[in-house]
Design a protein around this ligand. Structure first.
Ligand code: NAP
Ligand code: ZN
Ligand code: ZN
Length: 352
């Protein structure tokens, strides 16, 4: 296949695991028949962007441009595009394509497709280099992987829904979190604070676990009925054997067994956090009470749209701190100190 015609756009990326992010210029393909060209207005900052930039998962290829919580405006559409027009407000999350034919794709579970193309760090079939993400002024995406953004929501505060939102919404829908259940959320960061909001909206009794005592009041304001400081062994013990479901959204090494012990019989601990190193799991907390330990990866396109529409109906968005593009390295350092309230969002106008 011959390389498509390209145009240049300003971006922010890095050339090695140890280098800070800095200004760069990247190529995007000119929109083909089914493509949409988007001027990026806001991009959320996910902890995955940091893991990826620093090659903590071991598969980053450089130069790398992170960013997969993209909200923007359509600036051009290909001749075959039917779902969007110039001027529409749209979103792009962690996926920009998939094989479209496998059983997972046919069920709208594109995140499990062997041929899924992630917004950054996958092979770009068009340009024969890794895909480059949303820390940029513009992106081109096939229309089937573009989401409609509900008109009533604050655009900057919608951006984090595209990853933090769907990653917490999807497992709670899959395992049917709802009224009458006691649900734990571990870690009040970007994912965790969305988890609190969704669990509350689904009608559960919500308990937030945090290592940061300074976040207790915020957690309650965001929807937690109770807050437990996880370093306090006595507080943890009062909840032993009592949870139906726990969502673990922690980005670093921590003791997973302490949370398995808090589940009822047949309770489920779902890991969405993706720490760099393996987490040891002891046999006894699992085999006693027939507990489950599981994981979940973002969500497919239909469910992501469903989540956005749910947020519009329930007036749910992320709590954000807006930053300029050139503050990204400082934002990463604050993220490592658990000092995010509760998602950084880049104002992409600051890149021009
Ligand atoms: P984040 O905003 O940095 O939040 C992580 C939170 O974890 C922190 O705010 C902190 O909450 C807690 N934490 C941090 N270090 C800890 C430690 N050493 N021990 C215990 N708790 C600690 O990160 P995020 O963007 O929400 O992402 C969380 C994780 O999910 C990352 O690993 C990310 O890569 C992963 N992720 C996975 C998916 C998926 O599809 N599965 C999607 C997106 C992101 P407290 O201050 O409340 O303790
Ligand atoms: Zn993410
Ligand atoms: Zn597929």
């Amino acid at each position: 296949m011959s390389k498509p015609v390209c145009y240049s756009t300003k971006a922010f990326g890095t050339s090695s695991a140890s280098a800070p992010l800095g200004a760069t210029t990247i190529d995007r393909r000119m929109p083909a028949a089914s493509d949409i060209q988007i001027q990026i207005l806001y991009c959320g900052v996910c902890h995955s962007d940091l893991h990826f930039s620093r090659n903590e998962w071991g598969f980053t290829q450089y130069p790398a441009v992170p960013g997969h919580e993209i909200v923007g405006r359509v600036t051009a559409v290909g001749s075959g595009v039917t779902k969007f027009k110039v001027g529409d407000t749209v979103g792009v999350g962690c996926l920009v394509d998939s094989c479209r034919t496998c059983p997972d794709c046919r069920q709208g579970l594109e995140q499990f497709c062997n041929g899924m193309v992630m917004t950054y760090g996958s092979m770009d079939q068009h340009l024969d280099r890794p895909t480059l993400g949303g820390y940029a002024q513009s992106i081109v995406v096939t229309e089937d992987f573009v989401l409609r953004i509900p008109a009533n929501l604050n655009l900057a505060a919608v951006a984090p829904l595209l990853c933090a939102g769907i990653t917490t919404y999807s497992p709670m829908r899959h395992w049917k979190v709802g009224a009458g259940q006691k649900v734990g959320i571990v870690g009040l960061g970007g994912l965790g604070h969305m988890g609190v909001k969704f669990a509350r909206a689904f009608g559960a009794h919500v308990v937030l676990f945090t290592t940061s005592p300074g976040k207790i009041d915020d957690a309650k304001r965001l929807g937690a009925h109770e807050v437990v400081v996880s370093k306090d062994e006595a507080q943890m013990q009062t909840h032993a054997g009592s949870f139906d479901f726990i969502l673990d959204a922690v980005s670093a090494t921590h003791d997973i067994n302490a949370y398995l012990n808090l589940l009822k019989h047949d309770g489920n601990l779902v890991l969405v956090g993706a720490p760099e190193k393996p987490l040891p799991v002891a046999a006894f907390p699992l085999i006693f009470r027939r507990r489950s330990f599981s994981g979940s990866l973002i969500g497919g396109l239909p469910e992501t749209q469903e989540m956005l529409d749910f947020c519009a109906a329930h007036n749910i968005t992320s709590e954000i701190e807006m930053i300029r593009m050139d503050q990204i390295n400082e934002a990463y350092e604050r993220m490592l100190k658990s000092d995010v309230k509760y998602r950084f969002v880049i104002d992409m106008a600051s890149l021009s």
